[in-house]
Design a protein around this ligand. Structure first.
Ligand code: C2E
Ligand code: CA
Ligand code: CA
Ligand code: CA
Length: 278
């Protein structure tokens, strides 16, 4: 796929000739990037629709490449998942988000910071124990930590995933279901697991208002969430019309370019300063 940076194209074309597989040759570069500290987290604010204030954020990884500049996750996360490198990189993300949370809290925000957890990270038998160790070692405020899971993660190894989620939620960590509506969720699993939020996938938000199917899907997800005592976040909110539609549907929170793209930690802290003064 052609990305904004054009990078995935360049790497793919160049390396296909040598090995026939783009990911194999990207792997040593990603290891090096992890060791050299080239990954950074950006934060996208989440807005509470009742107060209009920032109520949390999602942490999103970027690769600050020395020559190519800032690389988006879609250009390297798939390779990390394929090679298993997502496991150590995922731990780096948790550790870094934990550090950043201290500054975020000092800037006045006590809400949740969403960290993406790939289905592949659950293939690590020690996932829950390692996260518990990180919390301890880096003094992470687990009450601010939220993991965003996709439906694929829930179905990869149901028993192990359930155990992990239960163990971690005992520490006050919250779980949300990402890209909701695009996978295969079973309602029984939704009720059995301590998942507190559903995130409506941006592909549905792109169609509202106007597309009758998307409007109906968004309405259905909001009412499903509320009937199960869960809150609901819409992602990919880009326009005022989308925002107004979501307010009318009683959606709880929104995330999207209409308010802010993902920004550096510094900028996010400045936004929180302004949030406080309101
Ligand atoms: P995601 O978890 O669904 O994250 C939302 C994506 O939508 C982000 O892309 C975000 O920048 C983008 N976005 C936010 N607002 C808007 C909007 O108004 N319109 C549109 N069109 N897009 C919007 P990003 O940062 O490029 O991340 C892409 C994906 O990479 C994420 O999708 C997530 O699956 C993955 N990812 C990012 N960081 C991590 C990480 O730390 N660990 C893992 N495992 N995956 C990550
Ligand atoms: Ca996410
Ligand atoms: Ca998402
Ligand atoms: Ca996604």
């Amino acid at each position: 796929a052609k990305s904004q940076s054009g990078l995935s194209y360049a790497i793919y074309d160049q390396q296909k000739d040598q090995s026939g597989n783009a990911d194999i040759t990207l792997e040593p570069e990603l290891w090096r990037a992890l060791q050299k500290g080239e990954f950074v987290l950006h934060y996208q604010p989440r807005i509470d629709l009742r107060t209009g204030c920032i109520t949390g954020a999602e942490a999103l990884i970027r690769w600050q490449h020395p020559e190519r500049g800032l690389i988006r996750p879609d250009d390297f996360i798939p390779a990390c998942e394929k090679s298993g490198l997502i496991v150590p990189i995922g731990y780096w993300v948790i550790q870094q988000a934990g550090r950043d949370m201290k500054l975020i809290r000092e800037a006045g925000l006590h809400g949740h910071i969403g960290v993406n957890l790939s289905f592949r990270q659950f293939q690590d038998t020690y996932l829950a124990r390692t996260i518990e160790r990180l919390i301890e070692q880096f003094d992470i405020d687990s009450s601010m930590l939220e993991f965003e899971l996709t439906e694929t993660a829930l179905f990869s190894d149901e028993v192990h995933v359930k155990e992990c989620i239960r163990a971690l939620s005992a520490h006050g960590i919250e779980f949300s279901l990402d890209d909701f509506g695009t996978g295969y969720s079973s309602f029984s699993l939704l009720q059995k697991l301590p998942i507190t939020k559903l995130k409506i996938d941006k592909s549905f938000i792109a169609g509202v208002p106007g597309n009758a199917d998307d409007e109906e899907i968004v309405r259905a997800i909001v009412s499903l969430a509320h009937n199960l005592q869960k809150s609901v976040i819409a992602e990919g909110v880009e326009t005022k019309a989308q925002l107004e539609f979501l307010i009318k549907q009683d959606c709880d929170q929104v995330q999207g370019y209409f308010f802010s793209p993902p920004v550096s930690l510094d900028l996010f802290l400045k936004m929180l300063g302004a949030n406080e003064m309101q």
